[in-house]
Design a protein around this ligand. Structure first.
Ligand code: ADP
Ligand code: MG
Length: 382
């Protein structure tokens, strides 16, 4: 969409937010060992901010004077970017705040967005420090593109913005259970998968989605329409006092009806109610070496929905995960795997206890629905 650093008078003022606890706890040494020098050589001035606790970054970007920064760069896993995206969307000026270019440098154990932008750049797959060098290079190039965000609403009407994934069942359980293996880095997902395979179970629930029509609606229009209707909404509510608690704002979810009502007639209601996993992806990678949605790109306005029906054998499920490294699972002909392209979805778990993750972070368990907002955010992706 544009080159970041050449368009500004005082070039390249980056805020680098770093989570020292992410991954193996090496983000800071990776920064001093690689990133600091790369940015200096590229002549990109930046300020390092080390987070002190969970939600520190979220609060910081919620209050920050964004006119001082050309980009917010996250050096951590996907969890810290999730904080930053939601912090921006909680601002009164979310509409301009979310236009702040974002950057990602893999410093965590779940580096899915970093793996995705490396993949989009057309390079051969790499892992760990090589992935960091690649993303550092893409950051220095400073090319900015639009990125889809998905608005997720939970049963308590909490609204979240997601850039990566929504998961329930096997994948969500592995994501959360494997946090205790963070010390092994990205291999935590492989370990978690093997452990979960041994105790794999079935997840009961209902799934429905709005299939994507071809061709996709013009993305710019989708974005501006949503913003305009929100402006109108703001104008009508006038200067009503804002609630003290931060609630994400953002464009209206025009495709969704309240969770209490049945889904609209043009939605597909999935017949099965027993699943091994449900996974909605909007970027290509679920982690380093896990290309869960090979057909996805940064701004396609699509939710790539994958689900695996109950009844799959352990070896077949393991084969699916192994095939995922190259993105070969979708075309593998596995009869239990279904892949669909959607614009919105609703998931209603019937099992009383469980885990739902959004961008790898655990969220309120219960019915959720989601809608894609094409190109709502901007990302530096070389
Ligand atoms: P990883 O990929 O290793 O899980 P994340 O970026 O996802 O790394 O971060 C993991 C969690 O740590 C996230 O929930 C994030 O909000 C939280 N977090 C951020 N900064 C800190 C900090 N300074 N101390 C502890 N936790 C933090
Ligand atoms: Mg994480």
């Amino acid at each position: 969409e544009g080159v970041l650093f050449s368009q500004v008078r005082q070039p390249g003022r980056l805020m680098v937010l770093l989570n020292p606890q992410s991954g193996k706890g090496q983000a800071l040494s990776l920064y001093t060992g690689h990133v600091q020098r790369m940015l200096a050589e590229a002549g990109v001035p930046h300020t390092l901010v080390i987070t002190e606790r969970q939600n520190h970054a979220r609060e910081l970007v919620r209050e920050a004077d964004l006119s001082q920064w050309d980009a917010l760069v996250i050096m951590s896993g996907d969890g810290l970017l999730f904080e930053v995206v939601n912090g921006l969307m909680e601002r009164e000026d979310w509409e301009t705040a979310i236009q702040t270019p974002l950057g990602i440098l893999p410093g965590g154990s779940g580096n899915a967005l970093a793996a995705s932008i490396h993949h989009y750049s057309g390079s051969q797959p790499v892992l760990s420090e090589e992935l960091l060098l690649s993303c550092g290079f893409l950051l220095c190039k400073g090319l900015v593109s639009r990125m889809d965000l998905v608005s997720v609403t939970t049963a308590s009407s909490q609204r979240l913005f997601s850039f990566l994934s929504l998961a329930w069942g096997f994948v969500a359980d592995v994501d959360i259970e494997s946090e205790k293996y963070r010390c092994v880095g990205a291999a935590r997902f492989t370990m978690g998968t093997l452990v979960r395979l041994a105790s794999m179970r079935v997840y009961q629930g209902r799934l429905a989605y709005l299939p994507a029509e071809e061709p996709a609606p013009p993305e710019e229009n989708t974005f501006h329409n949503s913003c305009n209707s929100n402006n109108a909404l703001k104008a009508r509510t006038g200067s009503a006092p804002r609630p003290a608690a931060a609630t994400p704002r953002g464009p209206p979810d025009s495709l969704l009806v309240p969770l209490e009502q049945p889904v609209p007639g043009d939605w597909t209601v999935v017949e099965e109610q027993e699943f091994m996993l449900v996974l909605a992806m909007y970027q290509s990678h679920l982690g380093e070496g896990m290309m869960a949605a090979p057909g996805s790109c940064l701004q396609d306005g699509l939710i790539h929905l994958l689900y695996v029906r109950a009844g799959i054998s352990r070896p077949a499920l393991l084969r699916l995960f192994l095939a995922m490294e190259k993105g070969a699972h979708v075309a593998s002909g596995c009869p239990h795997l279904v892949y669909a392209r959607a614009r919105a979805l609703r998931l209603e778990p019937l099992s009383p206890k469980g885990v739902i993750t959004v961008d790898g972070e655990s969220v309120e368990y219960g019915p959720v629905q989601a809608q894609v907002h094409s190109g709502l955010a901007r990302l530096i992706c070389g």
